[in-house]
Design a protein around this ligand. Structure first.
Ligand code: FE2
Length: 337
């Protein structure tokens, strides 16, 4: 595959005075080709794209088909059109490298971030070249995961038990605005989610996926699943790295006393992945981290399969807007054969 050895995103400088729509239309072929080759493109000083309408028009001018964040796990809200806030994960939490929505069958193919306001301290964006991960995992383990598949288990506790769950405390009653289990089930069915009840808690199952995914344009097989993230062992490790000791203690308690309250990446038959595997993957992915400093108006454009993204913890304000989408448009860059 072309560009598989590249390690750093390409800097593509734009004038802060250029008309963004014109600039992005003119540069679209070059940017798309570089994104496909390198997996990541950095466009500096597109200051007008701090405005959500201009950002959305710029991404559309690049020929990408924008998408909604349906079925995603991160707390976030839409700002305007298809432009969303990056995440509401608290500032003192880092965000572990991940490919957006990699636990569903059809995740977005590209993701674009624009820096509206950099953090006062910390908050660097982090990216990681996921093309390298396959070489870091044990082939026998990859074969086992490929044969059994992966399925993310998520839990929405009942409101009287929601306090037992570490992290985001959202009950199924609050999620679906109802106290009737039958109504919650109706909402799940309408969204095509598999579900079951564990006592009064609602367990949701995402799609069964393969650990590797074929790139839509090059057909290269790339690691893409978030198994390094969804598991108590990884979440405890993450909390300790961030210095969130209270969270780590709550996670350990839940892991010991109420393991089904915690999300878990499972084999396709529902058995949670073993802890040592989750931790090995967690550290392998952490080893891919590269910091990227985004200034006002900088756009980080990632091929969501080739590159994962995350961020460092920060203090002060930090505003990053995001758009997810698919390649769409002219697919003539696809590698033939
Ligand atoms: Fe994300």
């Amino acid at each position: 595959m072309k560009g598989s050895n590249s390690t750093a995103p390409f800097d593509f400088v734009t004038s802060g005075h250029a008309d963004p729509k014109h600039f992005f239309s003119q540069a679209a072929d070059d940017i798309r080709a570089r994104l496909l080759d390198d997996g990541a493109v950095l466009i500096r000083s597109a200051r007008q794209c701090r405005d959500p309408g201009v950002f959305e028009a710029a991404i559309a001018a690049l020929g990408f088909e924008t998408r909604d964040y349906v079925g995603g796990s991160s707390p976030r809200s839409t700002i305007q059109g298809k432009v969303m806030e990056a995440t509401r994960t608290p500032p003192d939490w880092s965000v572990i490298l991940h490919q957006e929505m990699a636990y569903v069958k059809s995740p977005p193919e590209i993701i674009a971030f624009v820096c509206v306001e950099p953090a006062g301290k910390g908050g660097e964006s982090v990216i990681g070249d996921m093309r390298k991960l396959e070489r870091l995992v044990d082939p026998a383990m990859l074969q086992r995961l490929t044969e059994r598949g992966l399925k993310l288990r998520r839990t929405l506790p009942s409101e009287d038990r929601v306090g037992l769950k570490p992290g985001v405390k959202k009950s199924w009653q609050e999620t679906f605005s109802t106290h009737r289990q039958a109504e919650a089930e109706m909402h799940c069915r309408a969204r095509g989610w598999d579900f079951e009840w564990n006592g009064a808690d609602l367990i949701l199952w995402q799609d069964c996926i393969s650990p590797m995914r074929a790139h839509p344009l090059t057909s290269a097989n790339i690691w893409s699943n978030q198994a390094h993230f969804w598991g108590a062992a990884a979440m405890i490790e993450w909390a300790l790295i961030d210095g969130r000791e209270q969270d780590a203690r709550e996670l350990m308690t839940a892991q010991r006393e109420n393991p089904l309250l915690l999300e878990a990446m499972c084999f396709g038959d529902g058995e949670p992945l073993p802890e040592d595997l989750t931790l090995a993957l967690f550290h392998a992915v952490r080893g891919l981290e590269q910091d990227i400093d985004l200034g006002e108006g900088d756009i980080l454009l990632l091929d969501n399969l080739q590159y994962a993204h995350g961020r460092r913890a920060f203090s002060g304000n930090r505003t990053i807007n995001v758009i997810i989408g698919n390649w769409a448009g002219d697919q003539s860059y696809a590698v033939q054969g």
